[in-house]
Design a protein around this ligand. Structure first.
Ligand code: ADP
Length: 618
């Protein structure tokens, strides 16, 4: 219990003493946070009186303007912050302005004290004693206050942050609270009107009450998200977006969310027009700002957005969260998880709408943020199907640059086609020359082209769409239904003989050599073995991991191709002919080259030069 010493003098409770001791004797980062704490207390008090005066006409100064006056005296190094809020009674001053709110606080403080040499000033708010953060920047604080109660008296509370405080009568006429103090010498730089205005802009920009610094109104951005949707002007929203994002361009679009029910929050979410240059490399803010009842709590609150939507900017304001919530608390907050889920589905709904009705906008999102967005396929199980429906690809059936959804693709599938086929590669031009496409081209089967490197890490994991398996063309099991029409092909024995001869030359460079059903114009191609990975994926893996060894491929040969038939003949005539051996190696490495997997270009070129030499000697 608080013990009365002499009249008007009180001792802090033990835990409060420890807290003050820590605040006063620790090193701080974020000392400037004191202003946020004081302004948010004032804003709370103003919110309370705004509410109370709706129903209670007996309060003093019922007509007083709800505002915050800050007066900065640079010369004397002093500041005062005054509000026309609810004010405090004698009891409030003793009980509220002198108690540690949560029981775990001291343990937590001790841990900080033991483990860290510095204390992040912004953490003080979480102890439910934000007011005391003022002792980071001053040695003594004076609080003059008068409660709004009709018969209230005015009191002055003083403390040097040691173990005592005093409460005495004073003669404040007006309702509300005025906090004044002199800055410590080392915090002198905070005591200029400009510095204070900057801090207000940073931390209290959306406080719902006018703030004056030395009688000059501070420009504030009104809490746009509290306005009705049709009352917010496009221009205001754009300005707000630029303010919070540091982007110089207007956003591509925004959504205004207002949810009431099991969770209560408002949100303004913006989709930027382009990815900031540092988006993929540096530490730019990757989430939304969190507000509690219009008071800024923290920027970049990672719990409000899944990673794959981290390009979205904006704010979430919820009244369900206490103002003094810490990062530790937000990290495990079920409330924030709920908000995140709602925000995620709202954003996906926006993209669905754009995909349907504003394709240009949607394509901009994919172009700018596709690589991040697509990773949602692997990370957001609950929304996976929606994300998959939002994916777009180039395909063999469309011109370069035209994008197709899986749904479109499936709608064009022929009766007999049971699988969705894809192929990956660095460029469309390279992909189109891949011999593995010949069969599909011949049959007029549409192929999805995976050109964005991230596709390799997402698309194959979709596994199936609309009950149709996703199959890499190199892995497709192609039935030889045209066998009979291939009467110009090598016969059975010649084929077996030739396959064996190829295997002998290539040895363990390949998993197998088999007769191809997919080739039309090319003599050979490489396909993936049973355990193998997509060629592009292997390439990416080997870039990331120097020791990565790709799996062996299967070489398929086109037994109708004249070159293969010629080679078969040469081999039958003389199984030791160097032309055969060189040709087989050249065909194999040529196939690797097409895949971008060529390992020995020097040998390849030398062999080619030898062939040319022979051809030109005739
Ligand atoms: P918190 O704001 O987290 O409760 P503080 O230490 O900042 O913790 O404030 C403690 C209490 O003191 C507040 O809950 C409020 O009752 C009272 N208080 C502080 N500042 C003001 C003010 N400007 N006007 C009225 N009451 C205030």
């Amino acid at each position: 219990m608080t013990e009365e010493k002499k009249i008007g003098e009180f001792e802090f409770k033990a835990e409060m003493k420890q807290l003050l001791d820590l605040i006063i004797h620790s090193l701080y980062t974020n000392q400037e946070i004191f202003l946020r704490e004081l302004i948010s207390n004032s804003s709370d008090a103003l919110n309370k009186i705004r509410f109370r005066r709706l129903t209670d006409s007996s309060i003093i100064d019922p007509e007083a303007e709800l505002r915050i006056n800050i007066s900065v005296d640079e010369e004397n190094n002093t500041i005062s912050i005054e509000d026309s809020g609810l004010g405090m009674t004698h009891e409030d001053l003793i009980n509220r302005l002198g108690t540690v709110a949560s029981s775990g606080t001291l343990e937590f403080l001790k841990e900080i004290k033991d483990n860290k040499k510095t204390l992040d000033g912004s953490m003080i708010g979480q102890f439910g004693v934000g007011f005391y953060s003022v002792f980071m920047v001053t040695d003594e604080v004076t609080v003059e206050t008068r409660s709004a109660d009709a018969d209230s008296e005015a009191w002055v509370w003083k403390s040097g942050g040691d173990d005592k405080f005093s409460v005495e009568k004073t003669d404040k006429e007006t309702r509300g609270t005025k906090i004044s103090f002199k800055f410590k010498e080392e915090n002198k730089d905070l005591c200029t009107p400009d510095k204070i205005k900057n801090l207000l802009k940073k931390y209290s920009n959306f406080v719902d009450f006018p703030i004056f610094v030395n009688d000059e109104a501070v420009e504030r951005v009104a809490a746009l998200w509290h306005k009705k949707k049709d009352e917010t002007k496009e221009e205001e929203l754009n300005e707000f977006y630029k303010f919070i994002s540091n982007d110089f361009m207007d956003p591509l679009g925004h959504i205004h969310v207002s949810i009431e029910g099991t969770v209560n929050f408002k949100a303004l979410l913006f989709i930027p027009k382009s990815a900031p240059p540092a988006m993929f490399t540096q530490n730019v803010d990757k989430s939304l700002h969190l507000y509690s009842s219009k008071i800024f709590i923290q920027d970049d609150c990672q719990e409000l957005l899944p990673d794959y939507l981290s390009f979205v900017k904006g704010i979430v304001d919820t009244e369900d969260l206490p103002l003094n919530v810490s990062r530790e608390v937000t990290q495990n907050s079920p409330l924030l998880t709920k908000i995140k889920n709602v925000v995620t589905s709202k954003l996906l709904a926006l993209f669905e709408d754009w995909a349907e009705n504003d394709v240009e906008k949607f394509n901009t999102v994919l172009k700018e943020f596709g690589p991040i967005f697509k990773s949602g396929v692997n990370s957001d199980f609950a929304n996976r199907d929606k994300i998959i429906d939002l994916l777009r690809f180039e395909t063999s059936a469309k011109e370069k640059g035209e994008l197709v959804s899986l749904k479109d693709y499936v709608s064009r599938m022929g009766e007999e086609q049971k699988e969705i086929y894809y192929i990956s590669g660095e460029h469309r031009n390279l992909i189109e020359k891949n011999p593995n496409l010949e069969y599909f081209k011949n049959k007029d089967i549409e192929i999805i082209y995976l050109i964005d490197p991230v596709d390799i890490f997402t698309f194959p994991y979709i596994k199936e769409y609309d009950s149709k398996p996703l199959t890499a063309v190199e892995k497709a099991d192609i039935k030889n239904d045209d066998k009979d029409s291939k009467d110009d092909a090598l016969d059975k024995d010649a084929t077996r003989f030739t396959l064996e001869a190829f295997k002998k030359v290539l040895g363990d460079k390949v998993e197998d050599v088999i007769e191809s059903n997919r080739l039309v114009d090319s003599p050979v191609t490489l396909v993936i073995g049973k355990e193998g990975m997509d060629a592009q994926m292997e390439k990416m893996m080997s870039i990331m991991d120097k020791n990565f060894k790709g799996s062996k491929r299967i070489l398929e040969i086109n037994t109708s191709h004249t070159l293969i038939k010629n080679l078969s003949r040469i081999n039958m005539d003389n199984s030791d002919d160097a032309v055969f051996e060189n040709s087989v190696n050249q065909l194999f490495e040529g196939a690797l080259l097409i895949e971008g997997q060529m390992k020995s270009p020097a040998d390849f070129v030398k062999r080619m030069n030898d062939f040319m030499l022979k051809a030109t000697e005739k």
